[in-house]
Design a protein around this ligand. Structure first.
Ligand code: FES
Ligand code: FE2
Length: 359
């Protein structure tokens, strides 16, 4: 049994998550089912299964959830996410991206349709009560936003309820144009708990202390926060001489010089919208003190060059503080902290959700 964590709903009275949350192996393991299997996770780009009969296998949160899944697109153009584990003896069915009218297991020849239903199996004529419901491939709930595909094994709430606040605020952008740029994307690895990386992302409090270049680009006095059910937004306002969005009349924040929208979707995704495109950060737990963060860059048609040097420099500065905190939290003298009511609403929201999901 792992310890319980309670975060007071009033930020002025609340304590932060205690140090042992970030060091406890059983809490780390429990978070797989209690947090990650119940929330929405980035899985693939829509372009990975763009054509009829495309199949695209992947492992959901490799080294953590480890769920083998496959996207299929049928003749009618319907995309589905299915279990990629054969219902006979459990072999992975689709081993690499490809095309096919059916999914055929390479072990003993069991066939499934692209909607996951069982089709045929050699040498099974004498099996009683076969095929049954259990012989079909399970379907996994999925959702699409801005050419990105998301799945959730057991969602605690709808895709709509997670993504709506973001769609309402950046829906005016030409999101359908966004295309993945491998050249401008990369993975980072840090020696820290996944939630510490998120904690750091969730406040702009540290910007003047940790990020001198970013601080020059932003008007820190005008930095804003908005909190939704499973999502929150930090709004960076451009300082003199920095590029900003041309927000159309009628859209939220019209008239403000927005430098970047920083959306966090619980528990592990960051959608950073800049005038040149989107930087999606997917935080993937590897061990209690090891985390991989994929920085995926998406660009508009004819877009300006993404400002990767500033993003990389900011990331290096963030990694240094996060890894320092990971060491600090192992101290016998650190129990927990408190929140700044003006600057740490995002962190308070995140800790509150973690404590609710772990109950
Ligand atoms: S494991 Fe797939 S057919 Fe036997
Ligand atoms: Fe930072």
């Amino acid at each position: 049994m792992h310890p319980q964590f309670n975060i007071h709903s009033d930020i002025r009275q609340a304590n932060t998550l205690p140090g042992n949350f970030y060091n406890n192996e059983s809490v780390y393991q429990a978070s797989k089912e209690k947090i990650f299997a119940r929330t929405w996770q980035y899985a693939a780009d829509a372009s990975d299964v763009a054509e009829p009969m495309d199949t695209f296998p992947f492992i959901l949160l490799k080294n953590y959830i480890n769920e083998p899944l496959v996207f299929t697109r049928d003749k009618e153009g319907i995309t589905r996410c299915l279990s990629n584990v054969c219902t006979h003896r459990g072999k992975i069915i689709v081993e690499k991206p490809g095309k096919g009218r059916m999914l055929t297991c390479g072990y003993h020849g069991r066939c499934f349709r692209l909607d996951g239903s069982f089709k045929s199996m050699p040498e099974f004529e004498q099996v009683a009560g076969f095929p049954s419901e259990q012989d079909h491939l399970s379907k996994i709930p999925m959702g699409e936003f801005s050419n990105l595909l998301f799945v959730s094994p057991e969602p605690n709430d709808s895709f709509e309820n997670y993504f709506r606040p973001m769609i309402d605020r950046v829906g005016w952008l030409p999101l359908h144009e966004l295309k993945f740029s491998a050249e401008h994307s990369r993975d980072y690895f840090i020696d820290a708990h996944w939630a510490l990386y998120c904690d750091n992302y969730l406040e702009g409090f540290h910007i003047p202390f940790v990020h001198p270049a970013l601080n020059d680009a932003l008007d820190f006095e005008k930095y804003e926060y908005e909190i939704f059910d499973y999502c929150n937004l930090q709004l960076g306002i451009a300082d003199e001489g920095t590029a900003y969005f041309d927000i159309p009349e009628g859209a939220p924040y019209y008239g403000q010089k927005v430098y970047a929208y920083y959306f966090f979707l619980f528990p592990n995704m960051m959608f950073n919208f800049y005038p040149w495109g989107l930087s999606l950060n997917v935080v993937q737990p590897l061990a209690v003190d090891k985390t991989k963060i994929s920085f995926r860059t998406y660009l508009y048609n004819n877009s300006a060059t993404p400002d990767i040097p500033t993003i990389h420099q900011t990331e290096m500065e963030d990694e240094a503080v996060v890894e320092s905190v990971q060491i600090g939290l192992q101290s016998r003298y650190y129990k927990h902290g408190r929140f700044s009511p003006t600057m740490e609403q995002g962190v308070h929201h995140f800790h509150s959700l973690i404590s609710q999901f772990l109950k």
